[in-house]
Unconditional design. Sequence first.
Length: 196
Amino acid sequence: MNITEAIQTRRSIKIFKDVEPVSKEVVEQLLQAAIMAPNHHHTEPWKFFVLQGDGRLPLSRVLAEWAKTRVDDPASEAGQKRIKKISGKPLIAPTAIVVALSPKQDSKKAIYIEDVSAVSAAVQNILLEAHGLGLGAIWKSGPAYYAAPVKNYFKLTDEEEILGVIFVGESDMKKNPEPKRIPFEEKTVWITEDEK
């Protein structure tokens, strides 16, 4: 698969087969692709946590405890349903790669937005590499992953933060709908002459 085909055909996979986690060798291939992302001043501002099998359960429990603080009545049926939904987030695929921004502490050249962009590029590399290998993947983010208890579980410093989780596995989606995108022409301005 060439790069154009990979970019045009990659889709976020939301349903995974309940199979064995992705092999260590394949995860390492995904991570190698990640660290090849462009990063200004070579700050390499990323950190990865690979959760597989029962290794996903501690994060599930952390999210369950956090979820209890986010519902009006944790003992109610609605509260229990919400807690179950949130605590189940790490379990949607057999392999989860938690991606964190980890700025270089001794670099005077590091710029926050550039480091966030570099980590995002690393995530895209993982998604494309997974697709090229015939795997399904999706990048998920949101308040549950940004929560202080989750940050504490991964022993992140004050300067570090989770930017999301990539779920990887064998797709169980029957079909991948075509993405709806506004044509680039509507989002592009061409400047081809000096306006002096």
